[in-house]
Design a protein around this ligand. Sequence first.
Ligand code: HGY
Ligand code: MN
Ligand code: MN
Length: 423
Amino acid sequence: MNDRLPPAATLAVDGARLWQSLMDLALIGATDKGGVARLALTELDRQARDLFVQWCRAEGCSIRIDAIGNIFARRPGVRDDLPAIATGSHIDTQPTGGKFDGNYGVMAGLEVVRTLNRHGLRTEAPIEVCVWTNEEGSRFVPVMMGSGVYCGDFTLEHALSRADHEGITVREALAAIGYAGPAPASVNSGAPRFGAYFEAHIEQGPVLEDAGIVIGAVTGALGQRWYDVSVSGMESHAGPTPMKLRKDALYAATHLMQQVVDIALARQPHGRGTVGCVHVHPNSRNVIPGRVDFTVDFRHADDASLLDMDAALREAVTKLQRDFPVGVTLEQVVYYPPAAFDSVLVDAIRHGAERAGCDFLDIVSGAGHDAVYVARTAPTAMIFVPCKDGISHNEIEDAEPAHLEAGANVLLHAMLERAGVAN
Ligand code: HGY
Ligand code: MN
Ligand code: MN
């Protein structure tokens, strides 16, 4: 070890530099309320991707882009033949998203690279920072699309063929922003597996802040089932049509929407049920709705309970069609079981927290993350830091610079523990 270098154990990231990069990135898609609206594969996503690539190239990283648009910035190791120790997250956001969801994990990874460079530290294994395509699943379904293709949960072709509400496919949108890369997109088609993958993320809930603890050692994530539901009745005039002769799709759909929440409430503490999108057709004040399309997001920590929620929903659909003069279609569009992260890596995060002088708390993620899919291909774990009032997927999303810095320090040390320090 070169004696002019700080010992790796006392190495620390530059919190101000991390915060500034987050604020600079947040300018791309900035909203009036202080949030970020940067939907996947839009021109704004392209600008943010270009900025990330520019910053990484300035740090001497090579850039690899795969066929679903995942970006991998690589800092070579002394033993460059070793599997990379990777980190990263996503930079696409919800329509009313915040500055930190996903963006923090990518910037924390870049900060690790910057810190190693400023201190001239070489690692045995290479380091990679990833940007996964379309984690949010807001514009294009399924959710966590880039990492889902990477681990082989669904095919590249399936992902490329997905279309948004305007009928634009992922294939077209990727080409339009110039991020349809040449590298294989799946570990099943030659994409390299990592030696380990760590993801830093805001908790997006209130648990850490409520406990007054800065670091979450994430042991796993809830499983998810997403559905598209369509209830069809008969559009007709709101005046001449007597109440008992209506085929009111919205009146029936609201009963089913209540059931979605009741099914989750009956399966606490981990059951979650959300109706996030509702489209009423024709959505005119004096027309009885003929069709209602809405989404269902179910989550649970236990796969059998998640399956039980599925059965309860299907039973509710059957009953609705008995009780109301409507037709219902239900299509499951996302399923992945609850994920458990690698216990050795979770321990590395606990050690990293102790070395950074931070308390930590073991926690299960209610949100899905790319780490859930990467965990199917390599040892994986996540680091959470608090967000203000536990609010996320909201333009007011906020976090403390000191907490973000602490999380990045834990990431730095956990990655060094796995990558090995060469000099
Ligand atoms: O839906 C989720 O949990 C993630 O924010 N995509
Ligand atoms: Mn996220
Ligand atoms: Mn999100």
